[in-house]
Design a binder for this molecule. Structure first.
Ligand code: GLU
Length: 402
């Protein structure tokens, strides 16, 4: 089979997160009671007023093609959101609606990267980021972050990775899977170095509203002030409004790049679903208090599951500052009966029926990613099962090292 595939897919691996989601779904359908910490998606429901807007759009027969970039009302609502949240003035001509944040990043990769280009990003990373770079025939250059300082992205390490071949730098903040934040202070030297060399800066802000403490995270303003002509902001409704399945995201980019995105949209998906666009306008322009309610609940869940798991001293875990993933280091449990975090995850799903994504998918072997966007009961139950497997492995490890 692989002989018939295009060369561009030769080194591209499937989505580790989607794979776990599919496996959890398969087991649930076969009647297994799965505790699902796999895919990162809110367990909250899409707000009622957003659902009502979609129903109204169906009833009003808003069912035809729209402009490939999306209806002006939604793109204006994106501009209004960025004005409200970040004080920036973007225009409709700089906004394209995409099928989730994933297509926002993909359009960017396709429009900007050439074979031989290097694109710098940081690890542990969301698996889609380097794979999209490879699909565009460019080369990902990975700068590792470490748990000792909360997986912080150090600007000097990003800048040190720049070469004459660097086309772009992609920063994901809050970061999936580590929950680390790249604040304005850390981002400023990156943006300045990029501006001095004409390098693109792409920010994936899908979790922008899921930040637990006060921190200066106004990356859009920083980019607009210092590097507007070579910046791409990627955003999404998915996490903020519990709308993962609706597939709605956007890019904010310079007008000429936005025109290139228009060409790509026009030849691929065309517009995102017309009904979703009407709902998106209401999500962005309507009441925002639900976002805070979700954030407060995620904070409670983060603190709870972090406490439960780290009660076992062999499980080390940074407390995430944003998003809704815990990223524990379980390497002390490995090396005996179970050799790797992916074996641990496999055993966990087979024996304890807990689905989660092993660190290998994020370039972080020895780690597990736990999505805590699920109920407190499920978190308690899942933590109990993880700890049970961990305890079984601890004597084996001690035995192995004797
Ligand atoms: N972003 C989510 C995750 O990391 C959804 C899955 C995906 O799109 O990869 O689990």
């Amino acid at each position: 089979m692989s002989a018939v595939l295009a060369q561009r897919l030769a080194n591209v691996t499937g989505s580790a997160t989607m794979k776990v989601a599919a496996e959890a779904d398969r087991l649930k359908r076969s009647g297994v009671q799965i505790v699902d910490f796999g895919a990162g998606e809110p367990d909250f429901q899409t707000p009622q007023h957003v659902k009502d807007a979609a129903k109204a759009a169906i009833d009003a027969n808003f069912s035809r093609y729209t402009n490939a970039m999306g209806i002006p009302e939604f793109r204006e609502a994106v501009c209004a959101q960025y004005k409200r949240d970040y004080g920036i003035d973007c225009t409709v001509a700089e906004v394209v609606l995409t099928n989730g944040g994933k297509q926002a990043l993909f359009n960017t990769a396709l429009a900007l990267f050439n074979p031989g280009d290097e694109v710098i990003t940081h690890a542990p990373y969301w698996p889609t980021i380097p794979e999209q770079i490879k699909i565009a025939n460019a080369t990902p250059v990975i700068v590792q972050t470490k748990p000792d300082d909360g997986f912080t992205v150090h600007p000097e390490r990003i800048v040190a990775a720049i070469t004459p071949k660097t086309k772009a730098i992609i920063i994901n903040s809050p970061c999936n899977p580590t929950g680390s934040l790249t604040d304005v202070a850390a981002m400023t030297p990156i943006v300045e170095a990029a501006a001095a060399r004409g390098i693109w800066v792409i920010v994936d802000l899908c979790y922008e509203h899921l930040i637990y403490d006060e921190v200066d995270h106004n990356l859009p303003k920083l980019l607009f002030d210092k590097h507007r002509d070579r910046s791409v902001i990627c955003g999404s409704l998915s996490k903020t409004y519990a709308m993962t399945g609706w597939r709605a995201g956007w890019t904010i980019a310079p007008k000429d790049l936005t025109q290139a995105f228009n060409v790509i949209m026009g030849h691929t998906t065309s517009n995102i679903a017309s009904i979703v666009q009407k709902a998106g306008v209401v999500a962005l322009n309507g009441p925002q208090d639900g976002v805070k309610v979700m954030l407060d609940e995620y904070r409670r869940r983060r603190d709870a599951i972090h406490g439960w798991l780290t009660a076992n001293p062999a499980i080390k875990c940074v407390k995430p500052r944003g998003a809704f993933y815990l990223f524990p280091d379980i390497s002390e449990l490995l090396g005996g009966e179970v050799k790797s975090s992916s074996e641990f995850a496999q055993r966990l799903i087979e024996q304890e029926h807990v689905a989660l994504t092993p660190g290998e998918g994020f370039d972080a072997p020895g780690y597990l990613r736990i999505s805590y966007a699920t109920s407190m009961d499920q978190l308690r139950e899942g933590a109990t099962r993880i700890l049970r497997l961990a305890e079984k492995l601890q004597p084996a490890k001690a035995g192995a090292s004797r």
